[in-house]
Design a protein around this ligand. Structure first.
Ligand code: FES
Ligand SMILES: [Fe+2]
Length: 339
């Protein structure tokens, strides 16, 4: 299995966890999530210690969860409070709890050594909390190795062909990327001066019909996050890669890919934006359009995985455009082998 276990993984969007239990497999471990009366999130192994029914099929009662098969009741620490048939609770009947923390609009779970779970190790997603920014997004279940999605996000040359009607344009191949490693992150950037805006940006540009400077800065945040600083600015504004954060049309694409098994994953996608954030209809439309773009990736990624499985002896080749993904995988390999 190619997972680093001693890491925070996104288990769900905050809004997707409530009083109904939610079951999710993370790094091959079944996890059930629910909120206690206080709103705090609980994460337990999603396996009833009696006959192994998923607890996520059960019922939340107060802060406890009751198995829906024979009624075993566990508290939020995974300790048995009631046994089926009225036997006295047995201390050996329990499930392990997982460290869980809620931040930046996500529920994060720590699957590995529980003593090492430290919320200070979460990535810094300041844009998800900053005044004037708002996040929209969704979740896809994808039948591929999660690393294929990291490769995909660290090499945006695919946009020309996979996303030709939204963010793709042929000029993506005219301007080289630069890749570097900094602060335990891999950063791949592309600056595209004086290009026609791709279709999706035309919406945001309104009446402006001229050329733009466009940028894409991909940050790989180990183990399985990629955030991408993207935007365009009319050429006359004279922005540069260094001072582009003053641009009006700028957003962060947010991607957290949580391995489910070695061939499937949960893809939490979204973006943090500053424009039109109070216009509910427009905000929802932009999120829906972004979701449609990512579905184009899902089609490609699942087909790629099918072919990888069909000919397991073939190697993936890496060209210059893959430098970000290659560095990201090296960083990930180190984390995995250190465990
Ligand atoms: S399987 Fe859960 S109580 Fe029997
Ligand atoms: Fe894509």
């Amino acid at each position: 299995m190619h997972f680093a276990r001693n890491q925070w993984y996104v288990a769900a969007w905050s809004a997707d966890v409530g009083r109904e239990p939610l079951g999710r497999i993370i790094c091959n471990e079944p996890v059930v999530l629910y909120r206690m009366m206080s709103g705090e999130v609980v994460a337990l192994e999603d396996i009833c210690p009696h006959r192994l029914l998923p607890l996520s099929m059960g019922l939340v009662e107060g802060d406890d969860i009751r198995c829906r098969y024979h009624g075993l009741l566990l508290d939020s620490g995974g300790r048995c409070r009631e046994m089926p048939g009225g036997d006295a609770p047995n201390a050996a009947v329990k499930v392990p709890p997982y460290a869980v923390t809620e931040r930046y609009g996500f529920i994060w779970v720590w699957i590995g050594d529980q003593a090492l779970a430290d919320p200070a190790r979460l990535p810094n997603l300041w844009m998800n909390e900053a005044e004037g920014w708002r996040v929209g997004g969704g979740t896809y279940h994808v039948k591929c190795d999660y690393r294929l999605i990291i490769d995909n996000l660290m090499d945006l040359s695919h946009e020309t062909y996979v996303h030709s009607t939204s963010v793709g344009q042929k000029e993506l191949h005219d301007f080289p990327i630069e890749t570097r490693v900094e602060d335990a992150r891999v950063i791949t950037s592309r600056w595209m001066p004086d290009v026609t805006p791709p279709p999706l940006y035309k919406l945001s540009l309104g009446d402006y019909a001229g050329n733009v400077d466009r940028w894409q800065i991909c940050y790989y945040l180990p183990p399985a996050g990629v955030i991408i600083d993207v935007g365009v600015a009319p050429v006359a504004e004279g922005l540069t890669l260094e001072d582009h954060d003053a641009a009006e049309i700028r957003s962060f694409v947010l991607d957290f890919i949580t391995p489910e098994t070695d061939r499937t994953c949960h893809y939490f996608w979204g973006s943090a934006r500053t424009r039109d954030i109070d216009n509910e209809a427009l905000f929802a439309e932009m999120t829906q359009r972004q979701g449609a773009v990512f579905l184009e990736d899902v089609e490609v990624l699942e087909a790629q995985q099918r072919m990888i499985d069909h000919c397991p002896d073939r190697k993936l080749r890496a060209f210059k455009v893959d430098s970000g993904g290659v560095r990201a995988r090296l960083m990930l390999d180190k984390l995995v082998s250190a465990e």
